[in-house]
Design a binder for this molecule. Structure first.
Ligand code: MG
Length: 456
């Protein structure tokens, strides 16, 4: 049996891998999994999203589901809608930050969180064995359109914001939603908080003509320049489905998500000491240092937002985050949400009375470097076993690959890729030379071990 789900749901090239026939088959499989229950569906603004959404709705209704269509909206908005409507589950058509020719299908449980890895296996089994639930012709229900989805969602986010404190500051904010669905929520949310809002790249356009939909620093030059030129307090870049947010400070500096998440964790722990913070094993030690310093306990998960959400649910944790700008705030919903994250940052700026650059300059500094070494999939197990003996006697985390922490504060994570024939190295250290040395050392070690393993 093949695999349908990757790290982030079902992804592929639209109209090549993800054809309407394929999407309809996923729809009927998911409808079977939910036993013909009630489902909320929606999509991002990609060119192929309406096509795939129609196909998924056909499949779901064929299985007897009652479908409520939330239309085009950010992924976290659709996730929140599933939870609020009290339905059995949901489906989102989105490929998040992938290039425009891609699309994807996310399957949600009744609380709006993606179904678990075990549940994905059940859906896969139904899909490949074609054991579909098909209802009689007079049991097929007509889909309904849901109204007021964005309003309800923004009302929930706003509940967790110090509205008066933020309003008083009259923040000037520039938003860059990458021509994605974040255009529908974030500017409106900021207006409601009394901010002076400027938008760039805010027309919905599934071709992503202005910049790639991944908010990586190299894609955010226009935002950084605009923040500086306008003398704004903050710049916010979203990914294509608005679940991740990357921030630019008032001097035009772009900050990667590990720093902003660490800032949110710090202020959260100052108010809620001893809380549990959840983050993937690939997150930088900035998070670990801040959580240690402010008396929280840090729990590592496998790499993937689904794993963070499920660990948070299991531990009843309130805050989770990823280095890529995904922050999970459970009192709203334990999934990553770019609009909620922006609200949390504004809360901190309002309460502290400090500028974002000042707030972030208080955090520990690490140099981070990543590398990949090619490794055939069948050798990964053997190679990882051999590598683990290199780290004897050091504190380690082994939830996904091996992360070893060295006494001088540097760390290295060696992790087999889930999607490619490669092993990934993530290194971090207090100096640039040191991080380069670490990557060189462990890349050479891996190459040697892979050579030895393939010679046997
Ligand atoms: Mg995304």
């Amino acid at each position: 049996m093949g695999a349908l789900f990757g790290t982030n749901g079902i992804r592929g090239l639209a109209n090549v891998d993800l054809t309407p026939e394929f999407a309809a088959k996923v729809g009927v499989s998911v409808g079977t999994f939910f036993d013909g229950g009630e489902m909320v569906v929606g999509s991002d603004a990609r060119c192929t999203s309406p096509m795939l959404l129609s196909a998924v709705i056909s499949g779901l209704t064929s299985a007897g589901c009652k479908v409520y269509n939330a239309g085009m909206a950010p992924t976290p908005t659709i996730q929140y809608t599933v939870k609020k409507q009290g339905v059995d589950g949901g489906i989102v058509i989105t490929a998040s930050h992938n290039p425009p020719e891609y699309n994807g299908i996310k399957v949600l449980a009744g609380d709006g969180v993606e179904i678990s890895r075990e549940e994905e296996k059940v859906v896969e089994k139904i899909f490949f064995e074609e054991t579909f639930r098909r209802v009689k012709w007079d049991q097929v229900k007509e889909p309904s359109i849901l109204e007021g989805v964005i309003e309800d969602y923004l009302a929930s986010v706003t509940k967790h914001i110090e509205v008066e404190a933020v309003r008083e500051r009259r923040f000037k904010v520039v938003v860059d939603p990458a021509n994605g669905v974040g255009s529908l929520t974030l500017p409106r949310f900021l207006h409601s908080l009394g901010c002076k809002v400027y938008v760039i790249n805010a027309e919905l356009d599934g071709r992503f003509p202005s910049r790639p939909p991944e908010p990586r620093p190299e894609n955010l030059g226009e935002l950084a320049k605009t923040v500086k030129a306008l003398g704004a307090d903050l710049g916010v870049a979203l990914d294509g489905d608005a679940d991740r947010a990357i921030f630019v400070d008032e001097t035009g500096n772009i900050h990667w998500g590990d720093k902003t998440f660490a800032l949110i964790a710090k202020f959260f722990l100052m108010k809620n000491p001893k809380s549990t913070i959840v983050t993937p094993i690939s997150s930088s030690s900035i998070i670990k240092d801040v959580v240690d310093e402010y008396g929280g306990s840090l729990v590592f998960t496998k790499v993937g937002s689904v794993d963070v959400s499920h660990k948070m649910k299991e531990l009843k944790a309130i805050l989770g985050g990823e280095e890529n700008g995904g922050v999970f705030y459970a009192p709203h919903i334990p999934v990553r949400d770019g609009t909620m994250t922006t609200g949390l940052i504004l809360n901190i700026m309002a309460e502290s009375g400090k500028k974002l650059s000042e707030l972030l300059s208080d955090l520990p500094v690490y140099f981070i470097k990543k590398s990949n070494v090619k490794c055939p999939n069948e050798l990964k197990g053997k190679v990882m076993e051999r590598v683990s003996s290199e780290f004897e006697g050091l504190p380690k985390e082994t939830v996904d690959g091996i992360k070893a922490f060295f006494p001088n504060g540097s760390a290295v994570l060696i992790r087999p890729s889930g999607t490619e024939p490669a092993i990934r190295i993530y290194a971090e250290a207090k100096s640039e030379d040191e991080v380069n040395d670490l990557v060189r050392k462990y890349a050479a070690l891996l190459e040697r071990v892979i050579r030895e393993a393939s010679a046997i």
